[in-house]
Design a protein around this ligand. Structure first.
Ligand code: TMP
Length: 204
């Protein structure tokens, strides 16, 4: 089973990912957790370039960088884990490209879908959990974290609002998406995510 968690920065994706993995492991499942961009040595190297505040990165270059990382991630980690029967929980996947480079940067969605398809070769999430988060809450959480902001976190409120609306637009009318309120407690969010997985009727 391949589950993806999406949302703007500071929406609590990694906290939910850890809670969900812990709950599934307690039930005896083998769970792999990973993230994008990242998930492989090449992906981690691309992540560092992608988030650097020192570099100028054009929107199309952004889309190509994340998809180069994704192609390697799918080939070296996600597909092998799924083939071994593990549950994979990934922090971000294709919807992030559509939301950030599409809705956020204004690149054409069908062009982006084609590029992502080249990277994933037909692999899609069984379930995508969207943590819907008001950009002001996201900003408060990032400020509380205290570390320096990366290139994308430095973007303005309007960009994050477009990205948030992009995630919601992608989820609308889709049976594989579940939208949860990012301001809810960790416990409630883990319970809702587990319920969504159970609702799929496929495990393992
Ligand atoms: P995060 O996962 O720690 O939030 O950081 C990853 C950043 O990369 C985040 O700002 C979103 C951005 N990103 C894209 O713009 N497009 C993508 O396809 C992916 C996977 C991430």
């Amino acid at each position: 089973m391949f589950a993806v968690i999406e949302g703007i920065e500071g929406s609590g994706k990694s906290t939910l990912q850890a809670g969900l993995a812990e709950a599934l492991r307690a039930r005896g499942e083998r769970v792999a957790t990973t993230r994008e961009p990242g998930g492989s040595p090449l992906g981690d190297a691309i992540r560092a370039i992608f988030l650097s505040t020192e570099l100028e990165v054009a929107p199309v270059a952004e889309a190509m960088l994340v998809n180069a990382a994704r192609a390697q991630h799918v080939a070296s980690l996600i597909r092998p884990a799924l083939e071994r029967g593990e549950t994979v929980i990934c922090d971000r996947f294709v919807d992030s490209t559509l939301a950030y480079q599409g809705y956020g940067r204004g690149l054409d969605l069908s062009m982006l879908r084609g590029l992502c398809e080249l990277a994933v070769g037909g692999l899609g999430a069984d379930l995508t959990i969207v943590l819907d988060c008001e950009p002001t809450l996201s900003r408060e959480r990032l400020d509380a974290r205290g570390s320096a902001r990366d290139r994308l976190e430095n973007e303005r409120y309007g960009f994050h609002q477009r990205v948030r609306e992009g995630f919601l637009a992608l989820a609308r009318g889709s049976s594989r998406h579940v939208v949860l309120d990012a301001s809810d407690t960790r416990e409630n969010l883990v319970a809702a995510a587990l319920a969504a997985i159970e609702g799929l009727g496929i495990r393992g």
